[in-house]
Every structure is written in structure tokens, then in C-alpha cells.
Design a binder for this molecule. Structure first.
Ligand code: GLA
Length: 406
């Protein structure tokens, strides 16, 4: 029987794609699993170690089985899964609804049930399922339903992570397909424009996520600073906008093309947390800067993302600067609010949140006890409203408890 809590809250983990893309191997995955422990990620709640595309040979074997790349994974995938499990973590892998993966490796089209069984034999706990090379005349809806049925009948609990980039009106059918999360966006890139674009694209889609079927805005770029073997991720965005250059010296040598500031990475992490996206780390977790580690392991922010009710935050725009400044307000299961205040503009921006707008009238005799989740300090009790000035691309994340003030 399936574990009825599988996928209850958004998965937390690490995925190999953003930094390593096709340059993956057994050693990398094992040392990444080690880093979950040594860098405090497991402690902060991260659980899934996920291998993305390019882990298999280009051909199936004579029996139609997927074959792990002999050079990258000489001991097979099960050995890696066993190692990950020995650390008290869970193991994830990648396939595709089409005939081939985006990297040109065999996809699971017409092999769904056999592949699900193979994954179960190997000890897979999480499957990311992409959308490249999808046969034109077969609806994606049917293909995700097929793999979902296969996974639910393979004898192992496997989180099903659908990845069709928001195509084909995925919002309308993904929950009923049985997927536990669904990508609603195209691929993230390691620059501020991309972060902004992905976040904005999902404001207004709050009603589609929720327990057991989370809206996945894509993996995190926190801590990458432009470092990726995949220049598409590390470079300027698809519209040709110039990337934000985090480190001018490295950029001059061509070593870093994209990247964000630590403040932008904090804003990115806060957005993803408040929007109930899975938090799948994409940087090299074996070599994190202190700032990256601090961002990724902020337990106050992770707790907001992991609230058991998974009620997505709603958006309240700053009335005199609605294009750039807004709050995301998420009702928490303990009665408090989680509030993110964001400035997407390139100048300082003032945000003033009127409590009236979140259901708390002054006449109620109640106010908010506010705690700053990045500074880790209590800010005091406020009535009627809370105002602040946010730096460009900056944010504030608050936990606010309703209290009597008279
Ligand atoms: C697609 C997905 C990415 C990644 C690559 C792998 O682009 O959206 O997240 O999995 O494929 O090829």
C-alpha cells in the first residue's frame, strides 16, 4: 500500500542538473550525500539526493532495460542508492515521458511499467519525469497518468515529480494524474532576471498547488555564482538580457557568466519557500560559501515552506508601486501568518502592509507580534500596519502572530 503521506509537503533536496548537468558520476553523488550530513543540510530538513539527466547509456539492453552509464556509474545505480540510504537520505533519479530525455538518452515512453519496476529494484524514492521528445499525437496528460499508475504499482513508494514546464494546461489535470509535484515553468538560469520571471509567472496560480501536488517553480540557483558546466544555465537569459554578474573578476576571465548577489539568492529562496515550491538545491553543496549555507539552512524560512497545510501565499501589491513591490502572505496552520515582502525594482522600495488587507481589523483589538526570519530577531508588536523600506532585489520574511493589544 502506498504511504498516504508521500508528498504531503514540498520535497526538500538537491539535484545534480544546475551545476553538473551531464558531468555526473558515482563519486559526485556519494560526496553530495556526504555533504548533506557535514554541511547541516540533512539537519535542516533536506532529504532527496537526485540524479538528473545523462546517467544512462544511450541504448537499452537486449531485454529493453535501462542501463546505467558504465563509466559514470561503474557499480550501477543501486550501489549509489544504497549509499544514499546508508546516510539516512532518499534517492532520486530522472526519466522522460517521451522517447528520449532532453539530453538524448532513452526515455520511458512505452516502457513505463518496466522502468518503474527497475527503479523500484534499484531503491529509487523519487522520479523526475521530463517532457522532451514527446510523441506529438499523444496528450501529455495520458503519459503522466501512465507513469503515475506504473509507479503506484511498482512495489515501492516513489515521489513522482512531473516536469512539463507548465505546458498543455498542466494545472487542470496534474493533480488527478497522481503526480506529487509539477514543474510550471521553463528552466531557471542563474541570474536575477530569470528568478524574477519565474516567480512572477506563478503569481495568480496559487490555487493549483497544495498538499500532495506542489507547484514546482524549478530548482534553486542559490549559491551557484555563475558556476555551472552548463553555460545555458550560467549565461544571460533567453531574451538575451545581460546577466547579473556576481563577480566581476571571474566574469572578466570568462569563468562566470551569470550569478546573483547573496541578497538576490536570499530573495530567491524566500520566494520559493513562500510560494510552496519544492526546495531542490542546485549548487555544489560540497563547496558552499558561508552565506550560501546560511541561506539554504534557514530553519525559520524552511518551516514556512513545510507548513503542514500547504496553503499558498496570496499577493498584496504596494498600492503606489505595484509593478515592483509586493507582499506574499501565507496563512500558517498555527494561526500565524508568514509574510514575505519583496522589492523587484532596481531602487529602494517602500512596502506598507495594511493588516486590514489580511483580515485583521484594528477594531478587533488585535495586532501582530512580528519576528524577522532572516535577522532572527523579534521586531515587536504592531497594530494596523507594518512598513519597511526594501533594498533593490531585496526582501524581508516575517512570522507574525496574532495578539491582543487592548
Ligand atoms: C529539462 C528540464 C531540466 C533538466 C533538463 C535535463 O530541460 O526542465 O530541469 O532536467 O531537461 O536535460
Amino acid at each position: 500500500m502506498q504511504n498516504k503521506y508521500l508528498g504531503l509537503t514540498p520535497p526538500l533536496g538537491w539535484n545534480s542538473w544546475n551545476t553538473f548537468s551531464w558531468e555526473i558520476n558515482e563519486e559526485l553523488i556519494k560526496t553530495a550525500a556526504d555533504a548533506f550530513i557535514t554541511e547541516g543540510l540533512k539537519d535542516a530538513g533536506y532529504e532527496y539526493v537526485v540524479i538528473d539527466d545523462c546517467w544512462s547509456e544511450k541504448q537499452r539492453d537486449a531485454n529493453g532495460k535501462l542501463v546505467p552509464d558504465h563509466e559514470k556509474f561503474p557499480n550501477g545505480i543501486k550501489a549509489v542508492a544504497d549509499y544514499v540510504h546508508s546516510k539516512g537520505l532518499k534517492f532520486g533519479i530522472y526519466s522522460c515521458a517521451g522517447t528520449h530525455t532532453c539530453g538524448g538518452h532513452p526515455g520511458s515512453f512505452e516502457h513505463e511499467f518496466d522502468d518503474a519496476e527497475t527503479f523500484a529494484e534499484w531503491g529509487v524514492d523519487y522520479l523526475k519525469y521530463d517532457y522532451c521528445y514527446k510523441p506529438d499525437h499523444i496528450p501529455g496528460e495520458v503519459l503522466y497518468k501512465r507513469m503515475s499508475t506504473a509507479l503506484r504499482n511498482c512495489g515501492r513508494d516513489i515521489v513522482f515529480s512531473a516536469c512539463n514546464w507548465g505546458n498543455d494546461n498542466v494545472y487542470k489535470w496534474i493533480r488527478e494524474s497522481g503526480a506529487h509535484l509539477f514543474r510550471s515553468t521553463g528552466d531557471i538560469q542563474d541570474n536575477w532576471e530569470s528568478i524574477k520571471k519565474l516567480a512572477l509567472s506563478q503569481i495568480g496560480n496559487e490555487c493549483y498547488g497544495g498538499n500532495y501536488c506542489h507547484n514546482d517553480i524549478d530548482m534553486l540557483v542559490v549559491g551557484m555564482y555563475g558556476g555551472s558546466v552548463n553555460q545555458w544555465i550560467a549565461s544571460a537569459d533567453a531574451e538575451g538580457d545581460v546577466a547579473v554578474v556576481a563577480d566581476a573578476a571571474n566574469a572578466a576571465t570568462g569563468a562566470r557568466l551569470g550569478g546573483c548577489t547573496d541578497e538576490e539568492y536570499r530573495t530567491h529562496f524566500s520566494l520559493w519557500a513562500l510560494m510552496d515550491s519544492p526546495l531542490m538545491i542546485g549548487c555544489d553543496i560540497r563547496n558552499m560559501t558561508p552565506a550560501t549555507k546560511e541561506t539554504l539552512t534557514n530553519k525559520d524560512v524552511i518551516a514556512i515552506n513545510q507548513d503542514i497545510e500547504c496553503r499558498a501565499a496570496y499577493c498584496i501589491k504596494q498600492w503606489n508601486n505595484p509593478e515592483n513591490v509586493f507582499s506574499l502572505v501565507k496563512p500558517m496552520s498555527d494561526g500565524s501568518y508568514a509574510i514575505g515582502m519583496f522589492n523587484f525594482g532596481d531602487r529602494d522600495g517602500e512596502m506598507s502592509l495594511q493588516f486590514w488587507d489580511i483580515g485583521l481589523t484594528t477594531a478587533s483589538g488585535r495586532g501582530l507580534d512580528i519576528y524577522d526570519c532572516w535577522k532572527h530577531e523579534a521586531l515587536g508588536t504592531f497594530t494596523e500596519r507594518f512598513c519597511t523600506t526594501l533594498p533593490p532585489h531585496g526582501c524581508m520574511v516575517l512570522r507574525a502572530k496574532v495578539v491582543k493589544v487592548k
